[in-house]
Ligand binder design. Structure first.
Ligand code: ADP
Length: 257
């Protein structure tokens, strides 16, 4: 009997360890599945532009394009090459994020209002092409972290606000300190995102409107990068807005001085 009493806690411990091991294995298998899905998605997304590029290039090589159409074909090839470039850049950013490989230890605080202004400047020609007005407003607010990543995060949000919008629409990025937080709100006059899709849009390669995303050069990775970048900076992200009345993304970070 005494032996049994001594063994009991031991058996319970072994049981518990087995349960933990099983859970760990499940997590590993899930991560492995996600990695596999991601790789096959990336290959698939690469194939389409590559097919267009080689198809058009072959026609040109074989002199099967009228001189008057040459420029149009070259422009199509260029656009597809740009899509591939964005995809490669986004995949690289995500894999750096997965490894937290950003060298920002001891870096000075990042002031988000000036980052937002810079980013809006970089997007001004895309915005005017789409007939969308971009405004940045608010007050200086600082966070700690990676400047490159903070830029990428705000860039993707303004770019989406322009991309999913209409001619004559607008995107407003408002930055301000609130208590011990730095807050960024990005509002657009686009179609909005229905409440049941508000978690999904942060998944890799999820798109509500596939054709619109492709047409304007979207990779399907923008919001996945935004979400990871927000987490990297210790922040949170929320989506608001009535359907058909535009979208507002709200980002909150611990403030730095
Ligand atoms: P994409 O490269 O397709 O824009 P994202 O990851 O940036 O990929 O966004 C995922 C999907 O979420 C988009 O395809 C689009 O359907 C939707 N979405 C993103 N931002 C907005 C927005 N501001 N308004 C409406 N829909 C949006």
């Amino acid at each position: 009997n005494e032996i049994y009493e001594e063994m009991d806690p031991l058996l319970i411990r072994i049981d518990e360890q087995q349960r933990q091991l099983k859970a760990q294995n499940r997590e590993l298998a899930e991560a492995e599945n996600m990695r596999r899905d991601f790789s096959s998605n990336v290959s698939h997304e690469m194939k389409t532009p590559l097919q267009v590029i080689s198809g058009y290039a072959e026609l040109m090589k074989n002199d099967m394009v009228q001189p008057a159409d040459r420029q149009k074909f070259a422009a199509l090839i260029y656009d597809e090459a740009q899509t591939m470039r964005s995809l490669i850049n986004d995949v690289l950013t995500l894999s750096k994020l997965d490894e937290s490989a950003f060298d920002d230890e001891g870096a000075p605080a990042i002031e988000l209002l000036s980052v937002a202004e810079r980013v809006a400047g970089r997007l001004s020609s895309f915005a005017s092409d789409q007939g969308v007005e971009v405004r940045v407003e608010g007050a200086p607010a600082c966070i700690a972290g990676s400047r490159t990543l903070a830029e990428e995060m705000l860039y993707n949000l303004i770019e989406n606000g322009v991309r999913y919008n209409h001619e004559g629409g607008s995107v407003v990025m408002r930055v301000e300190p609130e208590g011990d937080e730095a807050v960024v709100r990005v509002s657009d006059t686009g179609p909005g995102i229905s409440p049941d899709l508000r978690d999904k849009v942060f998944e890799r390669f999820f798109r509500v409107d596939k054709s619109r995303s492709k047409e304007t050069g979207g990779t399907g990775l923008g919001l996945a990068i935004v979400k990871h970048a927000v987490i990297y900076h210790g922040g949170t992200i929320a989506v608001e807005g009535e359907e058909g009345q535009g979208t507002t993304f709200i980002l909150r970070f611990p403030a730095a001085s």
